[in-house]
Design a protein around this ligand. Structure first.
Ligand SMILES: [Zn+2]
Length: 1087
């Protein structure tokens, strides 16, 4: 042991000795010393090759070995010495990681190598061993020296290497390191001059048909080529020379011959070259011309069964998707089928932009994609901006202008302008008479006053139906059908009775429609006149027992005064009967590998096998006379009812079956009329093979709202219908119509007791002529004497709103939960009413809801981006809601809490966004002196309370950062301009939860309603933290609790992960193209 150690120490010291000897020789170079230097370097090389420790010794800083060796290399003229030294360096840099290479580079080694390379090429033929050494060193240096490419081009070394490659195509030993150097050059964005120097052509000489020999060499050549083809200029050059078909042929050759899949990396590299070539339009054209779609489709199909070939399938699929010819949507125009005249159209608004286009050019596919082509790879499949998710590079979006973060000190409007809003705050001036306390005051809801529309109302339902006079007596238990109420009655009149194969020309009619004459109170019913099944009974389940706020007759009454642009006369069956929350857990489906790929392949098949495609229009709003053919095979569609929004349906294939995949995360909802009649009136999560991806339809920049042209998206899912001749409704989320709101409000107002103060006003009329209800809910004063009245008037205001985004129906369900709680008779509810005056606008965008918009109002704008400067004509609900708040501020009643309810399609759970200067400043890391910022941390209390109380609520998803892109939203404007410290957006998931009691489950209406109720309870608790009276009088420990709640903020970046953590969230509904091998950039996922 000792001996060994001594031996190694001895050798270590020997190498040091040799180094100092070399150093001395360097200092006094004499020709006669050549031999000595040669010998010394030879000895060092020998030691290094045999003794691991000596390498460390030489490379260590203290020995100065690297300098000495480099200095010898610089000075020597002797070939053998040079070779010795290069061999030493190769040995040294092979191990020891990048550290030694770093030292080598920092001591000027790169320049020396390049000089040596150029110098020795001057009298050819160059020494092969020398070339080998230099190139293998350059490969190593390339990992560390980012400027290698530039240096090599400047001193001419690049051409030396290129020439070596050219003249040594058969000499693989030398070719390999030279190619490796070229690969290094090509990777450090040096491809332009490489392309000009004919490198492309040389690479194509190297790559070729399948061969088991020199696969390493081939791989390097392909990698180099792929890098070069990233440059548009090189790609064009390659396409011009016809290399694309060549690559396809080579790929097919390898596909055929590599039967044991030993060379997947090479096959993948060939695809990599094709992928880069098809980034340019010319390349995509060449790909299509060369029958690339079919070639890649067929090879991929053959690869599918072998999982290890997934990278090939994925890259192929990516290429095919990119090359799939872009189409415009199969619509005559992207303008809506329906038109609603606006009083004035702002010249710069989205409406003017779209409608000022000459006919036909509104959705032209953008052709200019040469430069953006590379984005195709990284662009993720995302939908649209969510309310509150940050944009791509999120830190860019954080507000850094401290002046925009400070509250606005002055009132923004003169009080005279606001005085008119006094009307909506009558509770503050009302003198309660004694009889006010005896019985609820009569309230005439506006909806029942102006039911001036006497149009028939049709409810699409099952095959045949009769009216309420045939209704069965209320059943006690809806969910267990009694034996006598058999679906047989239905069957006896259903289409299924008809002989198979016979077609009924009146099939649409035979679907059955309940026609109610609105003129007669309660609705007398005319069944479809020519219907054969008059004996049928329309089973109307008694939803009243389970749905106290639902009443079909009242619903119809409400519908009559709802004004839609298409003037709907039909009523959705689920809206009429009502939805009873399913008493069943609906787990979030696991995503199954490869679903998206399969779907994309099916899309590609449409191009490759067009004969399989029917492309039959089965529903078309643009063409009302669209013939409904019935061959017993087509589904029939209809969406002409409130909140409906189907424009066109095209049957793509005759039969569509797909059995090998199923499941994804968020399911859509389906309501089966047959099931409802059979006692299950539920919206149920349904569908498998759910997939959402960017398709081959392209949006022009006009359609994309001024952005660059983008793709449309496909949402696809598979549903198996359980009943024959059923009518099924589909929804993205649990529907909640405007008429439903009006019905609920009417029912709620009837719940008033002598203790409850409830008032419903019409805030304003919308563009579509609908009223926007404003509710005031609080407790009646204890009595009409002075003290109770002054307590009543001093209650803080809580201002709530919902449904500014029509597609976020879940926000209405949360609001329903809040309203029901506020009207309930529990002691806590009474206590809550005694604590606050609630001002609630349950639906900020009635028109959008009624007309089936997803996000906009009738002015075509997102109303939650109008709060900074709402226009009274175009955005009346926002304008007047803001005025209410301005009035409150002006009268010294700035609300304690403002909260706008929203829905989130991708994130799970329920969470809040709030506003904090400090957290915003912290996030930006801007060097603002934050010590002068004094901020009350009270904004954290409510979310914290909610996270303790509401099972669906997640504190870790909350954020209190103010983003630039959100400066015109309700949350930010109410915070800054009105001065509400606790100003929030509350986002509820459309999907499900990944924490708490509902972890792993999809969210349903009862969970959403529960959330709304929990919000009320949290407000009750918040009172203890905000009422100075209570704090002084008792419960001093509450002070500690609030401190405790607030203190959690002391570590800035832990308790508030904020939006900036959420970028890592897996989108709940959008499946990223799961081309795992491609490693897409995730940073775009929240576009
Ligand atoms: Zn929203």
């Amino acid at each position: 042991m000792n001996k060994l150690k001594m031996a190694s120490e001895k050798s270590a010291s020997r190498v040091l000795m040799l180094l100092s000897q070399l150093e001395r020789l360097n200092e006094e170079p004499k020709v006669s010393d050549n031999d000595a230097i040669r010998q010394t370097t030879g000895k060092i090389l020998h030691l290094i090759q045999t003794q691991e420790k000596t390498r460390k010794e030489v490379a260590s800083k203290s020995s100065g070995g690297m300098e000495i060796i480099l200095s010898s290399l610089e000075n020597t003229q002797d070939l053998q010495t040079t070779l010795n030294i290069l061999a030493i360096l190769n040995e040294l840099l092979t191990v020891g990681g990048g550290c030694r290479t770093g030292v080598f580079v920092s001591k000027g080694g790169t320049a020396l190598l390049l000089q040596l390379l150029v110098g020795s090429s001057k009298d050819p033929p160059a020494n092969e061993e020398l070339m080998l050494h230099i190139h293998s060193l350059l490969v190593k240096v390339g990992l560390k020296d980012r400027k290698l490419g530039v240096k090599a081009r400047l001193n001419g070394a690049l051409n030396v290497t290129l020439n070596l490659v050219k003249y040594n195509l058969q000499n693989h030993k030398l070719l390999l390191p030279c190619l490796q150097v070229l690969r290094v050059y090509s990777r450090i964005h040096f491809f332009m001059s490489l392309g000009k120097s004919g490198t492309l052509e040389i690479m194509f000489e190297i790559i070729g048909p399948f061969s088991k020999k020199s696969t390493t060499l081939l791989k390097v050549a392909l990698d180099t080529l792929a890098s070069l083809l990233k440059s548009g200029m090189n790609a064009r050059r390659a396409v011009d020379r016809g290399y694309l078909p060549t690559l396809l042929t080579i790929y097919q050759d390898w596909h055929r011959n590599d039967t044991r899949h030993r060379h997947v990396v090479i096959r993948k590299s060939i695809l990599g070259c094709i992928k880069n070539l098809t980034n340019i339009k010319l390349g995509r054209k060449a790909f299509i011309d060369a029958n690339g779609m079919r070639i890649l489709y067929n090879t991929s199909t053959e690869c599918l069964p072998v999982r290890t070939l997934d990278p090939l399938v994925n890259t192929s699929s990516l290429i095919m998707r990119k090359c799939f010819p872009k189409n415009r949507l199969p619509l005559p125009t992207i303008k809506s089928v329906f038109h609603h005249p606006l009083l004035h159209i702002p010249a710069s608004g989205p409406v003017a932009k779209l409608y000022n286009q000459p006919p036909g050019v509104d959705d032209v596919v953008d052709e200019s994609d040469e430069n953006e082509a590379t984005e195709v790879d990284t662009e993720n499949d995302t939908e649209y901006d969510e309310d509150e998710t940050g944009p791509k590079t999120q830190n860019d979006d954080i507000e850094t202008d401290i002046n925009k973060l400070r509250p606005i000190q002055m009132n923004t409007r003169p009080f005279d302008e606001l005085r008119a809003y006094e009307y909506f705050f009558r509770e503050f001036s009302e003198n309660f008479e004694d009889d006010d306390f005896e019985s609820p005051r009569s309230v005439i809801p506006p909806s029942s006053v102006n039911s001036e529309l006497h149009r028939p109302i049709i409810i699409p339902t099952t095959p045949s139906s009769l009216g309420p006079q045939n209704r069965r007596p209320p059943q006690e238990d809806l969910l267990t059908p009694k034996p006598d109420e058999s679906p047989l009655e239905l069957d006896s009149i259903s289409i299924s009775k008809r002989p198979e194969g016979t077609s009924d020309p009146d099939l649409v009619c035979s679907l059955g429609r309940l026609v109610l004459d609105a003129g007669v109170n309660g609705g007398s019913v005319d069944g479809p006149q020519d219907e054969g099944g008059e004996q049928a009974v329309l089973e109307v389940p008694d939803t009243a027992a389970l749905l106290p706020l639902h009443d079909p007759d009242l619903y119809l009454e409400m519908v009559k005064s709802t004004r839609s642009v298409p003037a709907y006369t039909e009523v959705g069956y689920p809206d009429y009967f009502g939805h009873v929350a399913l008493n069943l857990r609906e787990p979030i489906l696991e995503r199954v590998y490869g679903v998206q790929r399969t779907k994309i392949f099916q899309d590609i098949e449409r191009l490759i096998h067009p004969s399989d495609i029917l492309d039959k229009v089965v529903y078309d709003l643009d063409n009302q006379s669209c013939p409904v053919t019935d061959n017993g095979e087509s589904l029939k569609f209809n969406s002409k009812f409130e909140s409906g929004n189907l424009r066109k349906a095209i049957q793509v294939r005759k039969y569509y079956t797909n059995t090998d995949v199923n499941g994804d995360s968020m399911q859509v909802l389906m309501y089966s009329v047959q099931d409802a009649i059979n006692g299950s009136p539920h919206w149920v999560r349904t569908g498998s093979d759910i997939c959402y991806y960017k398709n081959h339809f392209s949006r022009s920049s006009i359609a994309a709202g001024g952005q660059k042209g983008k793709s449309y998206f496909t949402l696809t899912f598979t549903v198996t219908f359980q009943h024959k001749d059923d009518v099924c409704y589909f929804a993205y989320h649990y529907p909640y119509t405007y008429s439903m709101l009006k019905m609920h409000l009417q029912k709620l107002s009837a719940l008033r007791t002598a203790q409850i103060y409830y008032r419903q006003d019409d805030l304003c009329e919308t563009l579509g002529g609908n009223s926007c209800p404003l509710l005031t809910i609080t407790a009646m004063p204890g009595s009409s004497s002075n003290d109770p009245i002054s307590q009543f008037r001093s209650r803080p205001v809580v201002f709530l709103s919902a449904r500014v985004h029509p597609g976020e129906t879940n926000s209405s369900w949360v609001m329903k939960g809040t309203l029901e709680y506020l009207m309930s008779c529990s002691p806590q509810a009474q206590s809550l009413r005694e604590s606050y005056i609630f001002k609630i606008i349950p639906m900020l965008n009635p028109d959008g809801v009624i007309n089936g918009n997803h996000r906009c109002s009738l002015s075509g704008e997102d109303l939650n981006r109008q709060w900074q400067n709402p226009n009274a004509e175009l955005h009346p609900t926002i304008y007047h809601a803001k005025s209410l708040l301005q009035y409150l501020r002006a009268t010294g009643r700035t609300p304690l809490v403002f909260c706008d309810y929203h829905g989130h399609s991708r994130k799970k759970n329920v969470f809040m966004y709030g506003c904090s200067i400090k957290e915003t400043v912290w996030q930006t890391n801007v060097n603002t002196s934050t010590c002068d910022l004094h901020e009350d941390l009270g904004y954290r209390t409510l979310p914290k309370l909610l996270s303790q109380m509401a099972p669906a609520f997640s504190l870790s998803s909350c954020s209190f950062v103010v983003e630039r892109s959100k400066e015109a939203t309700a949350r930010v404007v109410v915070w800054r301009e009105i001065g509400v410290q606790r100003s929030y957006t509350m986002e509820s998931t459309l999907c499900g939860c990944d924490q708490g009691k509902y972890k792993g489950l999809q969210i349903g209406t009862s969970e959403l309603e529960e959330m709304g109720a929990q919000f009320c309870l949290a407000l009750l608790r918040l009172k203890r933290f905000t009422s100075p009276l209570e704090l002084h009088n008792h419960n001093s420990h509450l002070l500690d609790m609030e401190t405790d709640l607030i203190e959690t903020r002391s570590i800035p970046n832990i308790t508030s992960p904020t939006t900036y953590v959420l970028e890592e969230d897996e989108p709940a509904f959008l499946e990223e193209v799961d081309y795992s091998a491609e490693k897409f950039s995730r940073q775009d996922s929240l576009n």
